[in-house]
Design a binder for this molecule. Structure first.
Ligand SMILES: [Zn+2]
Length: 240
């Protein structure tokens, strides 16, 4: 069994790269094992197709150095926080037994993000209840509850509870985002309809946000996260 230190469970392939690509890279560099389970294949995206997104996600995962990347193929756009999908997410959590789960923002301009956040957060709790039975390859899975569930920040500004310095990993994060050639600014895709995220401005805004967060802790680039739990540290000197 592959046990992960961090599992990112987010709704569209590319959410993880945008929301926490630098944090993923940093923890892998520190020897942690990190994987991404995408909930959907992003098949409703205006540009590209599910097949193209699959290939792009695999390439982005290679750039990040993930131990695993999986897709639950839940329907993009129309999923709800139902028992059927909770059981799928619970099975993924129990399969990888992560200490930390990172998921979508509390709320966002794209309604999938807030709904995915609810689905993953509730499933993370339910996954710890042993009377909820799930199987993996015919074997009954053990109950598992992660220590922390963190939420990255997406398009809407949400005040972060913690910031992670990702300065050394910024360029590689951007490379992983740009692996989604169909989604972000790419002159080769000029014939396709332009979208909110395909203009060159979008990635500049992503960078501006990371610079703004970085400034708060006196580093160049940072990623922000929120938590519904109060967070603690071993030492006050862990604080920046
Ligand atoms: Zn998304």
């Amino acid at each position: 069994m592959l046990k992960l230190d961090i599992l990112v469970l987010s709704v569209h392939p590319d959410d993880a790269e945008l929301g926490c690509g630098g944090t993923i890279l940093k923890h892998i560099a520190k020897g942690k094992t990190v994987g991404i389970v995408d909930l959907t294949r992003g098949e409703l995206g205006t540009r590209g197709s599910a097949e193209i997104r699959d290939k792009e996600a695999a390439e982005a995962g290679r750039i990040l150095g993930l131990a695993v990347r999986e897709n639950l193929a839940i329907p993009d756009g129309f999923f709800e926080n139902t028992r059927e999908y909770q059981l799928k997410v619970i099975a993924a959590i129990r399969k990888y037994q992560p200490e930390i789960i990172i998921t979508n923002a509390y709320h966002d301009r794209h309604p999938d993000h807030g709904r995915a956040n609810k689905l993953v957060e509730e499933s993370s709790f339910l996954s710890g209840l042993r009377k909820i039975e799930t199987t993996d390859s015919g074997k009954i899975q053990e109950a598992w509850r992660p220590k922390q569930v963190l939420h990255f920040i997406q398009d809407n500004y949400i005040k972060p509870d913690i910031l992670v310095d990702v300065t050394d990993y910024w360029n590689t994060k951007v490379e992983s985002i740009m692996a989604y050639g169909s989604q972000f600014y790419n002159p080769e895709w000029d014939d396709e309809p332009q979208t909110y995220i395909s203009s060159p401005e979008f990635i500049r805004v992503v960078e501006a946000r990371a610079r703004e967060f970085g400034k708060s802790i006196n580093v160049k680039f940072a990623e922000g996260f929120t938590s519904r739990k109060i967070l603690g540290v071993d030492s006050l000197f862990d604080l920046k």
